[in-house]
Design a protein around this ligand. Structure first.
Ligand code: HEC
Ligand code: HEC
Ligand code: HEC
Ligand code: HEC
Ligand code: HEC
Length: 155
């Protein structure tokens, strides 16, 4: 295999950690798996807008004002709440800025989170399940009647 670092996306794939360490040890398996909290309880914009959104500190506090409030990781959440600062989560999936990717159209069109993000319910730490290359978008669009027009994704 040859690496073409002229390709922004490939260079990024090679250089970016596919499962970065997060500032708080948030565990999807504990929340979405064991405790069955629905994805969209936290990612509230997935069916409404282009982005899915990551939950606010307030959303965490809704449960963690009490749940495990004495744990070291939960105290970090309380500190953000007291200081009114956002948690600086590290992005796992990130396309180049010239690409238009709307979550709402996919989610409302019947594509599941799992088809693109893998088995998140069983991930302690989020690991990128797919390489974000054009061929991935195109092959699913071929299969499921998504558009193949360049200008739909290239803005
Ligand atoms: C709907 C309720 C709910 C919400 C919202 C929620 N959590 Fe949790 N969280 C839980 C439950 C339940 C556990 C498991 C507690 C246990 O095992 O005793 C947990 C466990 C944790 C733990 C492990 C704590 C430890 O030391 O064992 C961390 C860290 C954590 N949550 C972070 C977060 C963050 C960050 C947010 C916001 C993005 C969040 N949680 C939102 C219910 C919630
Ligand atoms: C209790 C809240 C909560 C629930 C429920 C939850 N998530 Fe998350 N999710 C988060 C937080 C906080 C982050 C940022 C930290 C991280 O990446 O682990 C995140 C990050 C992600 C990311 C990576 C975003 C990026 O590119 O940086 C994906 C993908 C994701 N979640 C998908 C899901 C799916 C699919 C489900 C349901 C199976 C789900 N989440 C359920 C809180 C939640
Ligand atoms: C068709 C594939 C696809 C589906 C379906 C999908 N995602 Fe994504 N998701 C992506 C891509 C691609 C990105 C990176 C977007 C970017 O950088 O503009 C992303 C980014 C994210 C992010 C981080 C950035 C943001 O948009 O806030 C979260 C969180 C996320 N997805 C959660 C979810 C959840 C939850 C679902 C299901 C309700 C879901 N995704 C469904 C492909 C998908
Ligand atoms: C797992 C399948 C799947 C993957 C992967 C996927 N898509 Fe899609 N996409 C679809 C489907 C199905 C539709 C049509 C949804 C509808 O119209 O109901 C769609 C629609 C779209 C639309 C709206 C097109 C229009 O006509 O307005 C855009 C833009 C788009 N996708 C961009 C992307 C990009 C960019 C990627 C890769 C980063 C991607 N998609 C990956 C299945 C997928
Ligand atoms: C379904 C969405 C989608 C469609 C349709 C699409 N592209 Fe792309 N394209 C992408 C994504 C996502 C990337 C960024 C990831 C990558 O470089 O593979 C990309 C990257 C590219 C690149 C590489 C840019 C670089 O920096 O290396 C070129 C060139 C390109 N597309 C041309 C086209 C042309 C020409 C068409 C029409 C025939 C087209 N694309 C249709 C999603 C799409």
């Amino acid at each position: 295999m040859t690496f073409n670092f002229g390709s922004q996306a490939l260079a990024k794939y090679v250089l970016m950690d596919s499962a970065p360490v997060q500032p708080i040890n948030f565990n999807h398996k504990v929340h979405a798996g064991d405790n069955e909290i629905p994805c969209r309880y936290c990612h509230i914009y997935a069916s409404k807008s282009r982005v899915s959104g990551v939950p606010s500190v307030q959303r965490c506090m809704g449960c963690h004002r009490e749940i495990r409030k004495d744990s070291k990781e939960i105290k970090k959440i309380h500190k953000h709440w007291d200081e009114q600062t956002p948690i600086e989560w590290v992005r796992v999936y990130d396309l180049p800025d010239y690409i238009y990717f709307p979550h709402n159209i996919h989610v409302n069109g019947g594509v599941n989170c799992k088809d693109c993000h893998g088995d998140v319910k069983n991930m302690a730490r989020i690991t990128r399940a797919k390489d974000l290359v054009m061929g991935w978008c195109i092959s699913c669009h071929r299969e499921r009647n998504g558009s193949l027009d360049c200008w739909v994704c290239h803005i």
